[in-house]
Design a protein around this ligand. Structure first.
Ligand code: URP
Ligand code: ZN
Ligand code: ZN
Ligand code: ZN
Length: 464
């Protein structure tokens, strides 16, 4: 199977240039001028369009069992939605229950993900600690292509990692050549603030952001960065949502510490007024952690992306339908946390980033794929248009518009946090592993076509 993408402007993180792109099998085999159309192959006319690396969403949760329910999108529907939006690889999470062996959870998630329509890879969460976890981390890195471990500093009495776990796991990750990642929120503070709000009778979704103010996030970000600094390991902070966490990252980086930050498309453009909507079902739909924040924080996040202190954009795609969210109708702490976005991220970041002049097209490629591929060690297999790379490509029409809506989305859950937003700049074609998976509104996702992507370890120190 061959695909020729003809006449577009190739945009990589380092430069943009006019070229045709030829794919054969699952690889890009040539990038150059006037490439010959393959006999019997597909030709995509990219005239007037950009040809960019398919998006990498560094943070999704498909088919996640969480807060007493399971997310609406599974690995098929979620990756199909991703392809419709120009994202060709998702980085999802294996999240063992406390005391569950990591290897058991890993194999469970691998089974669930077999139906994925796009490539996928896993961060593995360290939710507890003993010697078996130490050993399993080694097995995952050496034998299963895992090079990142996730730590939830929130969700007390569930998956929260205490400081002992953080220290031991960070140190082990360093030994193995893996990178620790953290959900930075002080879980104890969240828990106590939640109890106080409930005791005062504040039980609706408007209480959610009150229980998770920026300082709660910043404390955890500073703590994780300090632990990483003492141990000498890099650290990646997921879903940075506030100026104070960004400041912690910027300060550490200014002192030479290798700290990376991820921004979510939702946090970049949605503000916290959603929690005061008179319709509690509507407000519940936006309950995720960390919560949406005021425009002051959005401005800071954009500056973080522009200034190089935030490196990736993701979604934390974690969809729940209205009935699932209603589990917290009388108690905001029981609302399943999570929102969608895997289908909309690329267009939202382009529209609010490139169209406003905040990002150049090459910078867009950096924050939607190239940086992710480099940080998680799958570059140049992914994140670049060049011969030898995976044929994961999005053909992007910068003039076409789309109004984002739950009525037209492919993602499940029946709600779209970007509802009504008209974006300029959308994919016309998505090529994933050499297959045309989306063409001008026609989604051709194929269950099981996605592949598990192994990520090699970074040079390890003295792993045993
Ligand atoms: O609210 C969120 N973000 N739900 C998914 C789990 C997590 O914290 O990433
Ligand atoms: Zn999180
Ligand atoms: Zn998450
Ligand atoms: Zn439902």
């Amino acid at each position: 199977m061959a695909v020729l993408i003809r006449g577009g402007t190739v945009v990589n993180a380092d430069r943009a240039f006019c070229a045709d792109v030829l794919c054969s099998g699952d690889k890009i085999v040539a990038v150059g001028e006037n490439l010959e159309a393959p006999a019997g192959g597909t030709v995509i006319d990219a005239g007037g369009q950009y040809v960019m690396p398919g998006g990498i969403d560094t943070h999704t949760h498909m088919q996640l069992p969480f807060m007493g329910t399971v997310t609406a999108d599974d690995f098929y529907t979620g990756t199909a939605a991703a392809l419709a939006g120009g994202t060709t690889t998702i980085m999802d999470f294996v999240i063992p229950d406390p005391k569950q062996p990591l290897m058991e959870a890993f194999h469970t998630w691998r089974g669930w993900a077999k139906k994925a329509a796009a490539d996928y890879t896993f961060h593995v969460a360290v939710t507890w600690w003993d010697e078996s976890v130490h050993a399993d981390m080694g097995t995952l890195v050496r034998e299963h292509g895992v090079n990142s471990f996730k730590h939830f500093m929130a969700y007390k009495n569930a998956i929260m990692a205490d400081d002992e776990t953080l220290v031991k796991s960070f140190r082990r990750a360093l030994e193995l050549g893996a990178i620790p990642t953290v959900h930075a929120e002080n879980g104890e503070l969240v828990y106590q603030l939640q109890r106080e709000l409930l005791a005062k009778g504040i039980r609706g979704p408007e209480a959610h952001p009150l229980s998770r103010p920026p300082a709660v996030e910043a404390e955890a970000a500073n703590r994780a960065i300090a632990i990483a600094g003492v141990l000498g390991t890099p650290v990646y902070i997921v879903h940075v949502s506030c100026a104070e966490s960004l400041e912690a990252i910027a300060r550490a980086r200014a002192h030479g510490q290798r700290v990376y930050g991820e921004a979510l498309a939702g946090h970049l453009v949605i503000d916290d007024s959603v929690y005061n909507n008179p319709d509690p079902a509507y407000a519940r739909a936006f309950v995720m952690s960390p919560p949406f924040r005021s425009s002051h924080h959005q401005t800071a996040l954009w500056q973080g992306l522009q200034g190089g202190n935030l490196h990736t954009t993701a979604t934390d795609h974690c969809t729940f339908c209205a009935e699932q969210k209603a589990a917290g109708a009388d108690d905001f702490t029981r609302i399943p946390n999570g929102c969608g976005g895997v289908e909309e991220r690329m267009a939202v970041v382009w529209d609010a980033g490139v169209n406003t002049g905040r990002l150049t097209p090459s910078e867009f490629v950096k924050v939607t794929s190239a940086n992710a591929a480099q940080i998680f060690n799958i570059y140049p297999r992914k994140g670049v248009i060049q011969a030898g790379a995976d044929a994961d490509i999005v053909v992007w029409d910068p003039e076409a518009t789309r109004t984002l809506s739950s009525a037209t989305q492919h993602s499940k859950g029946g709600f779209n946090v970007f509802e009504g937003r008209t974006v300029r700049g959308v994919p016309t074609h998505t090529v994933a592993a050499g297959r045309v998976a989306y063409a001008n509104g026609d989604l051709r996702a194929e269950e099981g076509a996605g592949r598990y992507v192994e990520r090699p370890a970074f040079t390890a120190t003295s792993a045993t």
